[in-house]
Design a binder for this molecule. Structure first.
Ligand SMILES: Nc1ncnc2c1ncn2[C@@H]1O[C@H](COP(=O)(O)OP(=O)(O)OP(=O)(O)O)[C@@H](O)[C@H]1O
Length: 236
């Protein structure tokens, strides 16, 4: 049974449609790469899946035991977020906000989950450091630990490797792949890294306001669109 099903999803800003007719289903354990040129609606689709943007039309339904509140989300970073004045520990712990319910404070279990994920991502020694003083790669690890605190099932990563050098990018991808294997997580990743998408995803969605392709990376490689895009014409 799919964990996530989209049927004819369209979304708009101020009545201006920027995404239309998105239909696909995601199975447990899938890694979906969402690719497409700048401004093609990738982040908008991520926000629609998270329930942060009302749909213009269509529907999104969830499998058993999962809802938008249980997604671990790593958003595209703005400069303001990079300068966020909080400690690493506080940023990671904020991933547990969706577990608070009516409780006003984090519980021991919340703190334990934050600690466990900091250790898993190799950032526990940085716990007391200020988030804004970290390198880009360290910041992405902190945000990944934060996202892991929010979910047992699905990570939604919006361009997690932006601004990282190739070595740190490779480390981050390795980390994501090992988390996927260890925890059986499903992953949705918005990315401009088409090479990573075709080598590591199980499904690929190519958006240019409308979905131009949905299928396996192998099918994408063989398609005319895939050949064109993989040739490097349109990725930024
Ligand atoms: N908050 C907003 N208000 C109005 N228009 C927006 C808003 N956010 C995005 N848009 C517009 O919606 C379209 C799709 O944007 P979106 O950010 O989803 O694209 P993207 O594929 O993620 O782009 P990129 O690869 O550059 O991150 C663009 O034309 C963008 O200008």
């Amino acid at each position: 049974m799919p964990i996530l099903t989209l049927r004819g999803v369209s979304a708009a800003y101020d009545h201006h449609t920027v995404l239309s007719g998105v239909t696909f289903a995601l199975q447990e354990g899938d890694t979906l790469a969402i690719v497409g040129p700048n401004g093609s609606g990738k982040s908008t689709l991520a926000k629609a899946i998270l329930g942060l943007l009302p749909l213009q039309s269509g529907s999104i339904s969830w499998g058993e035991g999962i809802s938008p509140r249980q997604i671990g989300y790593l958003a595209q970073q703005t400069q303001i977020q990079k300068d966020f004045p909080a400690s690493v520990q506080e940023v990671v712990l904020s991933g547990r906000l969706n577990h608070l319910g009516r409780r006003p404070f984090f519980s021991r279990e919340d703190r334990r989950a934050a600690q466990k994920n900091m250790v898993r991502l190799g950032i526990d020694a940085l716990a007391k450091r200020s988030y804004r003083d970290l390198s880009g790669g360290q910041q992405q690890r902190v945000l990944l630990a934060r996202a892991l605190c929010a979910t047992e099932k699905l990570l939604l990563l919006d361009e997690p490797a932006t601004g990282l050098d190739p070595l740190v990018t490779a480390e981050l991808y390795q980390l994501i792949d090992s988390l996927k294997k260890e925890k059986g997580l499903s992953i949705i990743m918005v990315t401009h890294d088409i090479a990573y998408a075709v080598s590591s995803a199980t499904k690929l969605l190519h958006l240019e306001e409308k979905p131009l392709f949905f299928g396996t990376p192998e099918e994408y490689r063989r398609s005319e669109l895939g050949r064109r895009f993989l040739g490097g014409e349109s990725h930024a």
